[in-house]
Design a binder for this molecule. Structure first.
Ligand code: SAM
Length: 270
């Protein structure tokens, strides 16, 4: 095997790649490098199912005999991917106290254009306006994947889908769901051109989400956790729906609300 096709052993926490993993906690660094981190062997294998491989794979020396890791490592090496076996000191530098993982992949960030997300029959699109919680965003990516949505469009200043918290909450779905960013006006003009029905969700809406005749293709628009959708975005929608509530809660969590309406939109086809 050539040098490029063999595992590199790193023991020092001062190694440049080890330091890069920590630096990628920072959004600015992710934006500048175009890279992000996803943890865990299961996540790496989910990515592989989507044909996505890391630029660099780092694994704990303690796991080197793990059968599934060994097989995966073989496939990565064959592709010329940089593979690093990290000693305890190096691994301690990058392992998170809240969720230590022995496998870490550094992946390339991939944004899509709106045109790549053209809704197909029996698929829908999700647009999120100013979603701020990475856990919510990751959970929505996972649900979008589960219903076979075409993708997610992030509108206004949303949190970063490539942060470790969002990636973790997506449980690997970040590799399956197409992500795009757009200004609302551009998104709205584009979806009109596609003949897509825009469905806004709002506590101010009077229509029950179960009573609407969803016409394929549908774009589901969800609002910010604190403020909800701006009035002018609601006005642009073809339908505005509400999920009825009984108790004292003034709203549902946005990821929960997304899942409820998405499953109703897809009720006949799933
Ligand atoms: N105080 C905000 C408001 O007045 O809209 C609450 C926002 S809520 C936590 C975040 C988003 O979840 C909303 O913009 C909407 O998209 C969705 N949502 C939550 N509960 C909903 C409900 N019962 N019906 C429709 N949408 C809901």
């Amino acid at each position: 095997m050539s040098e490029a096709n063999s595992v590199k052993i790193v023991t020092s926490a001062a190694n440049a790649t080890i330091k890069l993993v920590r630096a990628l906690d920072d959004k600015k660094h992710r934006r500048e490098s175009g890279l992000y981190v996803a943890e865990g062997l299961r996540t790496a294998l989910t990515a592989e199912e989507q044909g996505v491989y890391p630029e660099t794979l780092i694994f704990s020396a303690e796991l080197k005999d793990h059968p599934k890791l060994k097989e995966y490592l073989g496939r990565c090496l064959k592709r010329g991917i940089e593979c690093i076996e990290a000693g305890r000191q190096a691994m301690e530098k990058i392992a998170r106290r809240d969720n230590p993982q022995g496998v870490i992949g550094i992946y390339r960030i991939g944004w899509h254009k709106l045109e790549d997300l053209a809704p197909k029959p029996q698929s829908c699109l999700i647009a999120l306006q100013m979603i701020r919680d990475p856990g919510n965003l990751g959970t929505i990516m996972r649900t979008a994947d589960a219903v076979g949505a075409e993708g997610i469009v992030l509108i206004d200043e949303c949190c970063d889908p490539f942060s470790i918290e969002a990636v973790r909450a997506s449980m690997g779905s970040i590799f399956a769901v197409k992500l795009a960013r757009a200004r609302f006006a551009d998104f709205d003009a584009w979806r009109r051109k596609q003949g897509a029905m825009l469905v806004g969700t709002s506590l101010r809406a009077s229509e029950d989400y179960r009573k609407v005749d969803y016409k394929d293709p549908v774009c589901l628009l969800m609002g910010n956790e604190q403020a909800g959708l701006p009035a002018e975005y609601e006005d642009a929608c073809d339908a505005r729906v509400r999920i009825p509530m009984r108790g004292s809660a003034d709203s549902l969590n946005v990821a929960v609300a997304t899942a409820i309406v998405l499953y109703e939109i897809n009720r006949k086809s799933l």
